[in-house]
Structure formats: C-alpha cells, structure tokens
Ligand binder design. Structure first.
Ligand SMILES: [Zn+2]
Length: 260
C-alpha cells in the first residue's frame, strides 16, 4: 500500500505557521487542516486504485497440487497406499501404459550380487550396495530379486507368463512391461525383497515388511524412489518392490525428461 502523503500545499502551511496569527486563529486553522486531511484521506480510500502502483499487482499463478502429491510432500514416506482408483494418463509412445526404454550397454553395468548374476549401471550399483550395507547395520535384509534385464529376458517374462496365466495383453501389462518398455532395461531399476520374508517377494504384501518400511524411510538418501506408487500416472499396479535410481543426470533424463 502506498504511503499517504499530505499534499504539498498543506504541508507548507503546517511547517510554516504564520507568526502573526493570533491565539484564537491558530486552533481554528489546525481544525480546518485536520478536517481537510481527513477529507482527502477518505477521498483516497473511496477512489479506485491507480493502475500504476509502486508494486506490481500481478501474482504468480498458484499451482494446484494434486492431493496425493501434497500428502507426499508433507510426509517422509515415499508411497502411501490409497483406495483411489488409478488414473492412467497415456503419454505419447507408450504401450499399454508402459514407456519405451533403451537397453543399457553391457559396459555400463556392474554386479550387485556376489555371483554377478544381477547387475545395474555403475552409479546405481554403488548406491544400492551402500544402501544394502546400511540397512543390514539396522538389522534389515534388502535382497535384490531382479535388476538389469535384456529385451530377451523381458520377452520371456511378458509373453511366457502371459501364456502361462492365460492373460490378455492389457491384463498382463498391469503387472509387467512388454519387452522394450521395462525400466529394468535401463540398468537403473531393481526389485527388492526382504531376506526375512521371502514369501512377500514381488507381492504387494512386501509393503508390510521391515525392508519396505526401511526403504520408505531411507531410500531417498541413496536416490532410489518407487517407480509405481499407488495411483501412479502410468496406471501401472502398485509395485512396492520396484525401485529406480534417479541419482545422476542420465538416470534423471531417462525417467523425467519430457517425451515428445
Ligand atoms: Zn521391477
């Protein structure tokens, strides 16, 4: 709000009272001035505001935050199961809700298990192993179940099991990505189990394990996040076991760059 200024003419009269004024006229002048100022002030209040004020009136538009995102911002948890039905937002280039991914070059991969069977991109592998060791120190067994996958491996996983379970493509795609469309191709994604509760492996009940509770609390410290929290935009079923690394530029671009 602008400061209210006393008009210059009045100010001069206040600052320079006439020396010749008698004792009676001075209070009268004072009252008249006060009434004048009050009158000007009320005119100022009633008149419409000038367009060019010292401060810009325009405010940045307030972004509406979806309730789910809002609650996640306030809580340390990565994902909280919610009864809401998924709202699939198909994006360009997707296939049954899954996005296309390049298969990571073999040279970029590093083993995360002693037998070398499971591999991730070097940066992700290092962070996972660190996370696993820190969890172990807390008495929690983070067990890698599946990490990098070739397109051939995904082919078997998608079509082989689809036929086994007699599922149509859309049904199969709710829980598995078609070959070429799995985050596991990138070398940044990993399915994690609880070594003390193997029965929950790749099941939504994994969300009830100590391993999941530990991950919810700590995974972000190692730049791991849930890919498919409840009600994710892709419309993929909630996968509490499936985590992805987003701790370097390439992984961030892989998962977050706007796809045209
Ligand atoms: Zn997975």
């Amino acid at each position: 709000m602008d400061e209210i200024e006393i008009p210059e003419a009045i100010r001069e009269e206040i600052e320079l009272p006439k020396k010749s004024a008698s004792a009676l006229t001075l209070p009268i002048i004072g009252i008249v001035l006060l009434l004048g100022v009050a009158g000007l002030f009320s005119i100022f209040l009633l008149s419409p505001k000038p367009k060019n004020t010292s401060q810009p009136v325009e405010q940045p538009p307030i972004k509406a935050i979806p309730p789910q995102q809002k609650s996640q911002a306030n809580q340390p948890s990565v994902a909280t199961p919610s009864p809401k039905t998924p709202e699939a937002k198909p994006s360009k280039g997707d296939l049954l809700g899954h996005l296309p991914y390049d298969v990571a070059p073999q040279s970029s991969l590093e083993a995360i298990t002693a037998d070398g069977r499971l591999r991730m991109r070097s940066a992700a592998a290092k962070k996972f192993k660190q996370m696993q060791a820190d969890a172990k120190a807390d008495g929690v067994k983070l067990t890698p179940i599946s990490a990098f996958r070739t397109a051939e491996a995904q082919e078997q996983l998608f079509f082989g099991i689809k036929e086994q379970r007699v599922q149509d493509a859309a049904k199969r795609a709710e829980v598995s990505a078609p070959p070429g469309y799995s985050e596991h191709h990138t070398g940044y994604a990993i399915d994690i189990g609880d070594g003390d509760a193997p029965a929950t492996n790749v099941e939504t009940t994994f969300a009830e394990t100590a391993a999941f509770a530990w991950l919810e609390k700590n995974a972000l410290k190692y730049s791991f996040e849930l890919s498919f929290p409840p009600n994710n935009e892709q419309g993929v079923s909630y996968e509490p076991w499936h985590w992805r690394f987003v701790g370097d530029r390439n992984s961030l671009e892989t998962f977050y760059k706007v796809r045209n």
